[in-house]
Design a protein around this ligand. Structure first.
Ligand code: SF4
Length: 164
């Protein structure tokens, strides 16, 4: 019996997690379908165990959405229409066709810029005392709180205690 068929027949034995992003059967996974159905209900979800189960399916849900968008794009490519959506051409940022030519035209002073290396890059090139100096003159901007799985190495923040 294939693993996918096994998953469909025994949804309770399967646990969603980061590994779902590599699962070839995620589009047919009954566990993911069950979790998506739960999210789509209007009832607010407050049970911590349910919330944990939904969060554990993040990769599988995103993968399902990615495949759904891919299928929608294929529909448009094949001439069907989807109300409110269209295909457009996507362009990257402009790049030089011939860099040497740019320098010849404008000179290095105008066309090139010097950048200070990031602390991490500079640290790779200096000795221990240089590393200490870098440590003293760097800071990590605080960008607020972020929800992560317990496997993340950072220390947990306890808002009720740490922000008192
Ligand atoms: S999507 Fe995740 S839970 Fe579902 S079968 Fe694949 S690995 Fe298992």
């Amino acid at each position: 019996m294939s693993k996918i068929k096994d998953a469909i027949e025994n949804p309770d034995r399967f646990a969603t997690g980061a590994w779902c992003q590599w699962c070839a059967g995620s589009t047919q996974c009954p566990k993911t379908t069950e979790i998506i159905d739960t999210i789509l209900t209007d009832t607010p979800i407050t049970d911590p165990d349910k919330i944990a189960e939904i969060l554990s399916a993040e990769k599988a849900i995103l993968e399902r959405l990615k495949q759904f968008k891919h299928a929608a794009q294929n529909l448009l490519v094949s001439g069907h229409s989807i109300p409110g959506y269209k295909l457009v051409r996507s362009f990257g940022n402009r790049t030089w066709i011939d860099v040497d030519r740019v320098i010849r035209k404008f000179g290095k002073r105008k066309a090139c810029e010097y950048k200070v290396l990031s602390p991490a890059k500079l640290e790779k090139t200096v000795n221990e005392s240089g590393k200490k100096w870098i440590q003293k003159y760097t800071e990590k901007p605080d960008r607020g709180l972020v929800l992560v799985h317990n496997s993340d190495k950072r220390n947990a923040v306890r808002p009720a205690v740490d922000f008192d």
